[in-house]
Design a protein around this ligand. Structure first.
Ligand code: SF4
Ligand code: ZN
Length: 312
């Protein structure tokens, strides 16, 4: 016999939240996920009245869910939302997700702007994979470097001052361990979620879903009939992130709530290590090639392009 929701006591439960012991019906589950995102937004003052928010939407479950949640919880009030999408140029993979994003945004009544690597850098990810000098240069690091630039430019082009991304709690905890094991302590401080303006454009990055488990976002997307792309990118490299994901998932299975405990500890560590001054001083430099903000004399995008096309 099915059990009842422990929140409303009326409907049949569809989900057991292991770490809290709550049984939730569809309605209470959806409400609880949206409430969590709302609480994160306000706890870290992520969005203020009058902001224009560019939501980075790839077509995966996290980004479409983020757009759906922001549209629901900010409905009718300022700020304004616009969806920004990067077309990396990965044949047979990205084309499908672009269609999903276009349809989803048009159903929600949200503007969608797209920028391709080809248009911006003169080469697609498919081209970059042909041109890369060695497999030691990781596909995802090339793609990530280009994508961050494309997202900044897209946000600037629509007059946005806030960029929202769909990173979830699992991503956040994995990133901490990656930085910890790489000895990259400075990055741990940067990950503190209170938004800091960067660069001359005064943009801020926020992660409103960072306190929600990945598996709850999958369930939310399914319950809300959000049509996300589930196929994997052909260039995905098996990075150390996959190892941390598997280890943390195994730990969570035997110790429900351990990821959430880790998240709370990481927040405290990140707050102590937050070094706003060093971020600001780094951002004052300009790349000698493209004149964008850079922590070195040549920015990572221009260095990557040099590596691929040996520019002079
Ligand atoms: Fe880019 Fe890697 Fe993501 Fe593929 S998996 S879209 S290469 S970052
Ligand atoms: Zn540059």
């Amino acid at each position: 016999m099915s059990k009842q929701c422990s929140k409303c006591g009326k409907n049949n439960a569809i989900y057991l939240r292991h770490y809290s012991g709550e049984l939730l019906c569809k309605k209470c589950f959806i409400k609880s996920v949206e409430y969590k995102a709302k609480k994160t937004l306000s706890k870290f003052s992520m969005i203020n009245h009058g902001d224009r928010v560019a939501v980075a939407v790839s077509g995966g479950k996290d980004s479409l869910t983020l757009l759906n949640i922001l549209k629901n919880i900010l409905n009718g009030v300022k700020p304004e939302l616009v969806a920004i999408t990067v077309d990396e140029g990965i044949q047979g993979y990205r084309d499908e997700s672009l269609d999903i994003v276009k349809n989803f945004c048009s159903n929600l009544g949200v503007e969608n702007r797209i920028l391709s690597f080809k248009k911006l850098f003169g080469l697609s990810m498919d081209d970059a994979m042909e041109l890369r000098p060695s497999k030691k240069v990781s596909s995802c690091s090339i793609c990530g470097t280009f994508r961050r630039r494309a997202i900044d430019l897209l946000a600037e082009s629509c007059g946005a001052n806030v960029i929202a991304t769909g990173h979830n709690l699992d991503d956040y905890v994995q990133t901490f361990f990656i930085n910890l094991f790489a000895g990259d302590i400075e990055r741990i401080g940067w990950a503190y979620p209170e938004p800091v303006e960067y660069g001359s454009g005064g943009l801020k990055k926020i992660k409103p879903l960072m306190e929600i488990y990945e598996k709850e976002l999958v369930l939310y997307a399914i319950q809300q009939n959000i049509p996300f792309q589930s196929e994997e990118c052909p260039y995905k490299d098996e990075s150390i992130r996959t190892d941390f994901r598997n280890h943390l998932n195994n730990l969570e299975k035997s110790h429900p709530g351990i990821k959430y405990n880790a998240y709370n500890s990481i927040l405290k560590i990140a707050k102590k290590l937050k070094t706003t001054d060093s971020m600001i001083s780094q951002e004052r430099k300009k790349c000698l090639v493209c004149n964008r903000d850079s922590s070195n004399s040549i920015c990572s995008v221009c260095r990557t392009l040099d590596l691929l096309i040996k520019r002079n």
